[in-house]
Design a protein around this ligand. Sequence first.
Ligand code: 2AM
Ligand code: CA
Length: 267
Amino acid sequence: MRLASPHINIIMKACNKASRSLIRDFGEIEKLQVSSKGPGDFVSSSDKRTEKTIINELQKAHPEYGIITEESGVINKSNIKNRWIIDPIDGTNNFLNGIPHFAISIGYEENNEIKCGVIFDPIKNEMFCAEKGNGAFLNNSRIRVSKKKKLQDSLLVTGGPKHSSKIKEDIFTEFVKISKVPFSSVRKFGSAALDIAYVACGRFDGYWQRELNYWDIAAGIIILKEAGGFVDFFEEDNNAPLKRNILASNSSIHEELSKLIIKKNIE
Ligand code: 2AM
Ligand code: CA
């Protein structure tokens, strides 16, 4: 791999370390699924342990950096210049159900701009990573977005709505509208981070989702951009900078897909 900045190395090391217990825990899930208690609490403790390992590794290198995480919230709040953005398990519901499709996602942000990021699927041993100006990689190979030119024929992915969503009906309406594009297909795989990574390496042509959290997609933003893709945020609520509605694509189908996104403010 030709990425060698100190930050990307720190992130990759943290991912590798945290993934060891994550893989072990995933192996336990099957047994827990048949128990009367179910795997819920176990998953939540696995999530926390993974996050703790990652934070420890990152803090060893830069104790002064800010950290935004799913489980622990914000650490070193006053440092907004250098920040790590962490999602210890993206695709928690898959993990909980014993479905091998989830990832660790870590981005590094400098002055509000994502500089590098890693999305690591420990089960398939696929590490997607990128740093600004140096391209995007899947393990040791350079990745590029697909060459598909038209929305027709494209393979798309989306997610949501979440249970608590107040805009479920609008999200379903949008889903139906986009699903009706001739000869295209829409998938729901349950991990926002992997959805974007898969657009970056050309497996999907486009991805959209509403009501995400910043940590779901921070690393994905730089990976997709460095792979030649395009990321857009629509109907951003300026009072909630960590909330995101995202449209990510191979660039070529972006405009066509964007026209199908419901533009009225439904938040
Ligand atoms: P998670 O697995 O870390 O919860 C599923 O469509 C994708 O959306 C996952 O990446 C999931 O992240 C993310 N997501 C964010 N907030 C969510 C929520 N409240 N409920 C379900 N999925 C959510
Ligand atoms: Ca997530």
